[in-house]
Design a protein around this ligand. Structure first.
Ligand code: BTN
Length: 261
């Protein structure tokens, strides 16, 4: 029996026991399949359901990535979950960076961060984050979707095969990974609500894989990454001076060394 065949394999109760004191009404749901955990929690938020909810799906039939991309994952080889939280921080900037930082710190010292919120290992993508929000009647609900590659998978049309967490943590399973990352992520979101991104800047920069690299952005800028602003914007030294990139809708790619001069 593989871990996913067993209905008791997911640590739903252990997670609930850790989180419930911090978040009354917190619920955990594990589903064998859904279109997308983010889509489902966004549907619920728009329908006025504001309970803090962790929704895990063993399979997604229509997993979504940033910038309208498809997120592909295989049951057991990856972990896919979303967390829906009512939030009202004074300043939202840097929220998705705080998510990435929390995940990286609870996973492994060698997990890097590629702005705005990809998890990287050895120049390959280890996981991604899709943050969405619904506002209704003055209340804001944030849906944080996380996809982590647990076991290696083929490149499938990508130029390089993605990285996998078992390269760093050989015994890791999707359920164990869930238990490892969710309670710290919820604590990080509660801290973010109070203090914003600025206190996290130096910890993010310690894992920043772009700092000091020449990059180009999907909206046509090229330059040298200088790090971040206290609000989490990317600082880029371009021919026109230092530019700050705020939008998470911009994709940033390192330039190959031979075209960087
Ligand atoms: C990205 O890097 O483009 C973001 C990927 C986010 C994928 C996760 S998997 C769980 C949640 N449900 C989705 O449909 N997407 C997010």
């Amino acid at each position: 029996m593989t871990p996913l065949d067993s209905p008791t394999a997911w640590p739903a109760e252990a997670i609930w026991e850790q989180v419930f004191p911090l978040l009354p009404n917190f619920t955990v749901e594990i589903l064998p399949e859904i279109d997308s955990t983010n889509s489902e929690l966004m549907r619920r938020a728009r329908a006025g359901q504001h309970e803090p909810t962790l929704l895990v799906a063993e399979r997604q039939s229509a997993g979504r990535g940033r910038m309208g991309r498809v997120w592909q994952s295989q049951a057991g080889d990856s972990l896919t979950f979303s967390l829906s939280l009512p939030m009202s921080p004074k300043d939202w900037s840097g929220l998705s960076l705080a998510v990435g930082l929390s995940l990286a710190e609870s996973l492994h010292a060698e997990v890097g961060l590629k702005w705005p919120n990809d998890l990287w290992f050895k120049a390959r993508k280890l996981g991604g984050i899709l943050v969405e929000a619904a506002s209704m009647g003055g209340r804001s609900q944030v849906v944080i979707g996380v996809g982590l590659n647990i076991r290696p998978r083929p490149a499938e049309g990508l130029s390089t095969a993605p990285a996998a967490l078992t390269e760093l943590l050989p015994q890791l399973t999707a359920p164990a990974c869930l238990a490892q990352v969710v309670p710290p992520l919820i604590r990080a979101m509660l801290d973010f609500e109070r203090t914003g991104f600025a206190p996290l800047q130096s910890r993010f920069e310690a894992r920043d894989v772009l700092k000091g690299q020449r990059v180009h952005t999907s909206d046509g800028l090229q330059g040298l990454c200088l790090g971040l602003t206290p609000g989490g914007a990317l600082r880029l030294q371009t021919d026109l001076g230092v530019q700050e990139i705020h939008s998470a809708e911009v994709s940033v790619r390192p330039l190959p060394k031979d075209t960087s001069s």
